[in-house]
Design a protein around this ligand. Structure first.
Ligand code: PLP
Length: 380
């Protein structure tokens, strides 16, 4: 570490997108859990019902209310990662070619899951307002994929939100070419400014032949430890997923689903969303300002919510060397190229960096990006 940075130099962690502890209402969740244990221990310590079981009845009712959909369209999973896993198993089983299209960059764990199920994941460039639809159209003409995976709100890792116009076109393309869209929305509620574009799933309801499956999660709005995620689809999808679930783990834990249901019914989820927005908004604003000041005009977009701002940073050295130099300066980063499907990459001469701001105070974030700027400017 150089003398310039050693004075202020605890490591700045730009490495993980997990909620800060102060965003999880642990005491309130513990209280709800206590009341469930007191009132219905027999139910939550027994197996869930078997045979086409799609999740705790009350939780599905609450999710139906939250999203204004019929609860029969909801299937509950152990976190949205399991939703991705079951959907990949379901959609890739008989798919010829096993092609999957995803944003480049995208959520790396999703790519790993799709590949584990035999998916051949190909990247479509992500612009400041969503997928590059010209490239997507060309690819669709060459081969119709099993599905297209998108994270349309405050994307992980890029922070990008897909515009209303692109959403409408994506849904239209789904109907025209006959492919399914998976929209993954864990950050959607964490909007700090502006108004939310329409859910793809909602748009699909009025486009004949369009197929969208929406994947939600309580990890960023209540607690990741509850491991509650869900899928919203046409009723046939919950039934197919229930069959997959029953042949492996039966159901998510009844206790945790009951806690989640109570958290919705008592208003805790809504309250916590408001509190998390208030907590993260100043961190977001400080991060946007710090990136502009220290790194210039390199952000992929100015996010209006979520956890991430990201950059294509011009550098003089290869990624591995850059990351090693950054680590020497006390900056912990995730390897940006890992967010790109194997056939895609950041623009040449740049590294892609995801900079999560949700757990960092403004000063700490600014210190981190100032260090990054210094590393980037060094001769090779
Ligand atoms: C886009 C995206 N999908 C899914 C997940 C996994 O969430 P869960 O905790 O619900 O499994 C994450 C977690 O960071 C994510 O960013």
């Amino acid at each position: 570490m150089t003398a310039a940075t050693s004075a202020s130099s605890a490591t700045v962690h730009f490495s993980r997108g997990i909620p800060p502890l102060e965003a999880i209402p642990s005491a309130a969740i513990a209280e709800l859990t206590g009341s469930i244990l007191a009132s219905e221990p027999d139910r939550v310590f027994q197996y869930a019902p078997i045979g086409h079981h799609t999740g705790d009845r009350e939780l599905r009712d609450q999710l139906g209310l939250f999203h204004t959909v019929d609860p029969d369209r909801v299937f509950v999973t152990n976190g949205s990662l399991q939703a991705l896993d079951l959907l990949a198993a379901h959609l890739l089983k008989d798919a010829p070619g096993k092609k999957v299209l995803a944003e480049a960059p995208t959520y790396d764990r999703a790519v790993q899951i799709f590949e584990r199920h035999g998916g051949q994941v190909s990247g479509i460039p992500l612009r400041h307002d969503g997928l590059d639809l010209d490239v997507l159209r060309e690819r669709l003409q060459a081969e119709v994929p099993a599905f297209v995976y998108v994270i349309p709100d405050f994307q992980n890792p890029a922070g990008v939100t897909t515009s209303e116009e692109k959403r409408r076109e994506l849904v239209r393309l789904s109907a025209e070419f006959g492919f399914t869209i998976l929209e993954d929305i864990p950050y959607r509620e964490l909007r700090f400014a502006g108004t939310a574009p329409t859910l793809l799933g909602e748009l699909a309801d009025s486009v004949d032949g369009a197929r969208v499956l929406t994947i939600g999660s309580l990890s960023k709005v209540l607690s990741p430890g509850l491991r509650v995620g869900y899928v919203i689809g046409a009723p046939g999808t919950p039934r197919a997923l229930a069959a997959l679930a029953e042949s492996t783990y039966l159901s998510p834990a009844p206790l945790l689903q009951a806690v989640a249901a109570r958290a919705f019914a008592s208003g805790l989820v809504r309250r916590n969303i408001d509190e998390v927005r208030d907590l993260l908004r100043p961190r977001h604003d400080a991060a946007v300002e710090a990136v502009r000041k220290s790194l210039g005009d390199v952000a992929l977009c100015v996010p209006e919510g979520g956890y991430y701002i990201s950059v294509h940073l011009p550098v003089r050295s290869p990624e591995e060397k850059f990351l090693a130099a950054a680590a020497d300066e006390g900056i912990a980063l995730t390897r940006g190229s890992a967010f790109y499907p194997a056939d895609s990459a950041p623009p040449s001469g740049t590294v892609f960096l995801r900079l999560p701001f949700q757990a960092l105070g403004g000063e700490e974030f600014a210190e981190g990006v100032a260090r990054l700027a210094a590393v980037a400017q060094r001769p090779e």
